[in-house]
Design a protein around this ligand. Sequence first.
Ligand code: CA
Length: 227
Amino acid sequence: MEPQVLVVEDDATIGRSLEQALQAQGYQVTLAANGTSARRAFARLVPDLVVLDLGLPDMDGVDLCRELRASAPAVSILVLTARQEEIDVVVGLDAGANDYVTKPFRLAELLARVRVHLRRPNARVLLRSVVGDLEIDIDARRAWAGDRELALRPREFDLLALLASEAGRAVTRERIMDECWDAHWHGSTKTLDVHISQLRAKLAEGAGTQRPTIVVLRRVGYRLDVP
Ligand code: CA
């Protein structure tokens, strides 16, 4: 059974791109463009996870969040917000969201968070994921190899977070380009190879005995292996 994801987003462009990206991950996705249809879809589906934009045309997203949480204590709610000041209310206080992403967001980051929450229902906000001696803090956007922190550029961090979330499995070049670069990227994917080789060099400098390595799969993509 594929996880059910309900996306509540009134911006049609963002809604569609989220729908496509989540479907590509193998999730069953339902898109609701306002609070009323979100309520209806929620009652019908009982989804595993809700991606909820707080700025809705017909109701206050924070109220809706509170309502969904009250009716389904186990559902994971990931909030999208353009306003930093809403975050404390939504995650910290009583509205009951599990996590948030601020707009504009990187698709790779959102998908990484969705994966974690589907794997660990009721996780309160992802703090760290650990692969061998590699430790990644998605919230802080920091990574460590053993006890040494890696100095990663934003794109390298996204790449590493994606590969780590699929550790041991191949990740195709197409998927990496979709999630870590702009979906409308028309340039050469050579830039991907450049970023990978820089990331590999940084991983090789790290401390720790169970050092993960990035394996190149010719014409396919990459895989993060842990010894
Ligand atoms: Ca909106």
